[in-house]
Design a protein around this ligand. Structure first.
Ligand code: SF4
Length: 372
């Protein structure tokens, strides 16, 4: 059946999608500019089903944020606090391990661990934390530290990025979550996160990690002061690095939440915008296997619809998300496994529990096995 394409700018793009040709920068711009969301969704769904048929992936994971103390003051952020702020917290190693254990009742397969740039926590401290987690939970995958945290630890330890990543890997880190990318454009970064590494440094940390065998995800923060050109530029740079390393597993578009940030005057993104970012990403990132609709950020309702607009993953149980909730997210802080299954099945998709590297997880009453 031929789809109805109202916007004539999309017709040549549809031909490319049918033939599997790579989309250009100008195609990306046309996709962002079109109001023809149904044609966009048709094309993104075509690619999504070509890659993953009717499956939607999810996992059972727990987020751990060891500290919200941060030396940076990114305007996009409601999470980071100064050390002297009465609301700031830093967990002891024992508290991190105890927090991790609380998620064990749902037999999590992944700990997702990120936090602020703490001025005193050392690389050795982090390595001990990861070794302690591996000792206690050897089956659980450690997806930990943004490219920004890694660059900061390297700088403070006065060693190279490569040595830092190698030490983290040796202490148990299995992959990287891919946060801190925001938008690579320097003009925007100077305004929203001028204390962070720049876009090319973010890509360099990812390149180094992939080079020593650590996979990562990648992200893009949208819905603040960036333009359509900035978004396409960001996607094209991720695609170029993926051509080189093949190390990205999943792309996660992240909607900016302005509450409690210095950019609180910026309006929140709409459902239309959230869905569009999923679809454009699926079409532009032809070499990144998975596109995730992160339900914490876009709400379970939109994440459910996104499964028909290019997303093949809706993340996991999460348990105790802090970063988006400090910025005013009104979603629940966790979903149980059964709730994720219902969200996926109601969208007519077939749920498949995965581990972090998308290997199927098979569960009995009390244990799980990752099929390798
Ligand atoms: S976004 Fe990250 S680096 Fe920036 S202030 Fe927040 S926690 Fe710190």
């Amino acid at each position: 059946m031929q789809p109805v394409v109202d916007d004539p700018r999309l017709r040549p793009i549809l031909d490319k999608v049918y033939s599997g040709a790579r989309l250009s920068f100008e195609d990306g711009l046309a996709l962002y500019r079109t109001p023809d969301i149904l044609a966009l969704g048709y094309m993104a769904n075509l690619v999504r089903e070509r890659l993953h048929e009717n499956v939607t992936y999810f996992n059972v994971n727990r987020h751990i944020n060891p500290t919200d103390v941060c030396v940076a003051s990114c305007r996009l952020c409601a999470f980071g606090k100064k050390a002297k702020d009465a609301r700031a917290y830093t967990m002891s190693l024992e508290q991190v391990w105890e927090t991790a254990g609380r998620g064990w009742t749902e037999a999590v397969t992944e700990f997702h661990i990120v936090g602020g740039l703490h001025p005193e926590l050392t690389l050795d401290w982090y390595c001990e934390m990861f070794r302690g987690l591996k000792d206690r939970f050897p089956q659980v995958h450690l997806k930990a530290l943004t490219m920004v945290e890694i660059a900061y630890l390297a700088q403070r330890t006065k060693i190279s990025i490569r040595e830092t990543v190698e030490r983290l890997k040796d202490s148990g880190v299995d992959s990287l979550p891919g946060g801190g990318a925001e938008i690579f454009c320097d003009r925007v970064r100077r305004i929203i996160c001028d204390h962070k590494i720049d876009g090319s440094q973010w890509l360099e940390v990812a390149r180094t990690a992939h080079g020593i065998g650590l996979n990562s995800n990648c992200t893009m923060l949208y819905g603040h002061i960036e333009t359509g050109e900035d978004r396409v530029d960001h996607l094209v740079k991720l695609r170029a690095l993926q051509d080189e390393t093949g190390g990205f597993v999943t792309f996660i578009p992240l909607a900016f939440h302005p509450d409690n940030t210095p950019l609180r005057h910026v309006p929140r993104t709409t459902g239309f915008e959230d869905i569009k970012n999923i679809a454009v990403a699926r079409l532009m990132l032809d070499n990144i296997p998975h596109v995730k609709a992160y339900w914490i950020m876009m709400t379970p309702r939109i994440a459910q619809i996104a499964q028909r607009f290019g997303a093949d993953d809706i993340d996991g149980t999460v348990v105790e998300e802090k970063i988006y909730h400090d910025a005013g997210a009104t979603t629940s802080q966790s979903l149980r496994r059964g709730e994720l299954l219902s969200l996926i099945r109601e969208a007519g998709r077939e749920p498949l529990e995965r581990d972090t590297l998308y290997r199927p997880v098979v569960r009995s009453e009390t244990t799980f096995t990752v099929l390798v």
